[in-house]
Design a protein around this ligand. Structure first.
Ligand SMILES: [Zn+2]
Length: 133
């Protein structure tokens, strides 16, 4: 940390960002477990998952499923689902998510699967960026 320390930095040092973070543990398809964390700072939501895709900063279904309220494979954190909904509302991820879901609907009317995939790739990328920052 250089220069002047902001109030938020001091607060974070003293208290952490605990009240804006929720954590989950989900079961992977190969019997392994993954930790999924969501952290909100102002209107920015960041989602971490330690599965292979998540670590490579690629879209992974674990984060998306939790945001959709899909508790398939959820081992720990059921009590955090309501809090996650709160953290999600009004964030960059929510906007990207709405755009993606809408684009997915649109893409079903495309002539070929390749066209649909290409169209969706942009929205997928936007959503992934929102998750990762
Ligand atoms: Zn994952």
């Amino acid at each position: 940390m250089t220069g002047r320390t902001t109030f938020n930095e001091v607060r974070e040092l003293l208290f952490g960002d605990y009240e804006h973070k929720v954590s989950f543990v989900v079961a992977g398809s190969k019997g392994n477990t993954y930790n999924v964390d969501f952290i909100r700072r102002e209107n920015n939501l960041t989602a971490f998952c330690d599965c292979r895709a998540g670590v490579s900063r690629v879209q992974c279904k674990h984060r998306v499923n939790l945001l959709l309220g899909d508790v398939t494979g959820l081992l720990e954190g059921h009590e955090n689902l309501a809090k996650l909904k709160e953290l999600f509302a009004g964030t960059d991820v929510e906007q990207a998510f709405i755009d993606f879901v809408y684009a997915e609907k649109q893409s079903r009317q495309f002539e070929t699967k390749a066209d649909a995939r290409e169209y969706l790739a942009h929205f997928k990328h936007e959503l992934t960026s929102a998750f990762n920052d």
